[in-house]
Design a protein around this ligand. Sequence first.
Ligand code: B12
Ligand code: SF4
Length: 471
Amino acid sequence: MRIAIISTYTHPTRLTHKEPSVMQSAVPELIAGLCPEDAHIELYNEKEVDIPLDRDWDLVFFSYLHAYYEHTKVLSALLRKRGIKTVAGGRHANYFPDDAARYFDAVITGTPEANVPVVIADFAAKNLQKRYALQGNGITDIRPYRYDLIDFNHNRIRLPGIEASRGCPFTCNFCVLTGWEKYQYRPVDVVVDEIETKMRFNKNWFGLFDNTFVFLDNNLGGSPKYLRELCQALIPKKRIWGCALTFNILRDEELVRLMAQAGCRYIYTGLESLNPESISSLHKAHNKIAEVDEVIKRAFRNGILLSFGLLVGSDGDTNDYLEKLPQYLLDLKYFSITFLGIVSPYPETPIFTQLQQENRLLPGTISRDYDGYTLCHRPKQMDSSETIEHFKRLCAEIGKVGNIARHYANTLGSSNLPAYKKVILVSGPEITSIRNPTTNKARSYIAGVDKLEPWDQVKMRELGLEPQFLS
Ligand code: B12
Ligand code: SF4
């Protein structure tokens, strides 16, 4: 049996850019680990390569985020025309199984571990069903990922991605996990074993980061006790790693020091805003704005590069706050790498329901618009065009080339821990990458206004496909 597992991608500019990055979707190698040993399996990550639609596959699994749905429908339709069976899964398919059932031969709404082997057995018996919804035992079911099947020639900066936990104990109103994913973690020894196995396959840039991996977890600090145990187990391994976790962990000096000792050199935290009103409108009370300066200092002086995600377009945002934001960032002692997005009310989130009830979703939003860089709603205190002007201006200002020098000058000397300086130096270009989503001058970044990518538009017309309207 010839199986392809494809993680699809569309670029925020709506141009056909590839953007290989350190972190990639781990779904292809996860599903590959659930396939029969004698199957011929190919993995594709569309963020790295185009999908070769002329290959002879029998069965294709698709993984996609909301914004990739229209494009994934096109790929599925083209393959189905050639007699290839397609299967959809992931968060979007989970929430919209009826819609997905129109475009794929089968839709999985339960866990991959419980369903993929059944789908394959049914397919082999020529008895593929429309829906699969078996619920497994959660994170303990994870099978070894088929890291050996990844072609690293497509992406030389990719690092091994490890999942220690799934879900998050917090309940921010804009997060796709809220109300859906229970927080759970894997036994420490299993995680450490998997790290050691995956490291054998790590072939990146001139061996520069051969000793490095990333945790894919939404919040590696969901249980501080678990994080401590994991760090203790990692100390003797002498690996270098990065992760995402929440603000409460950054407030704990002893835990931050332990993480650094265990090899952590990079933390991403969703700070979302430096405006208390915006934080409270996003239900993210664990972020303490008054402590941001101290938290940044603490991370860097312990040898960890801290990067923050900020959002534009929440109900607490005002013109005044967004105008002053670059100055607020300058006032912080260290210049931390910052990513900027637009609040995206993903359909399964509490904020989507609230905006729908308040009739504040912009008219004509489609799945493609829910990409984190397109305004899909009317914020309370600004109009749509003001919000987008702020977003574009902030991307340009925060992503200035000069800020790389500032970042180096402020942080390079903070620590002598192994690999710290290397991580700081390599992180410089991340500062300017904040501008990448805004490089298409023809794009309005307002939902319902911008067209799909030209290839998808043409193919959708030819194939008679309709976009999925969400407002
Ligand atoms: C790597 C990553 C990326 C990569 C790859 C994206 C991708 N295709 O997954 C890139 C860099 C492209 C990316 C971009 C963004 N991301 Co991102 N990313 C991640 C990250 C860290 C890991 C994803 C991963 O591989 N997880 C491990 C795999 C095994 O789990 P999973 O993807 O959750 O899939 C599970 C199920 O959904 C299911 N499943 C998924 N696909 C399929 C397919 C089949 C057939 C089956 C059976 C099951 C199945 O099985 C898995 C196990 O249960 C997650 C956090 C996380 N831990 O998930 C965020 C996450 C997916 N990203 C998120 C966000 C917000 C973004 C950005 C908007 C951020 C930004 N402002 O730049 C952008 C744009 C996304 C968009 N256009 O909508 C959100 C959710 C977004 C969403 N639309 O649902 C997440 C959950 C983080 C968070 N808590 O906020 N991201
Ligand atoms: S802290 Fe982060 S991962 Fe957790 S619910 Fe909030 S946004 Fe989601």
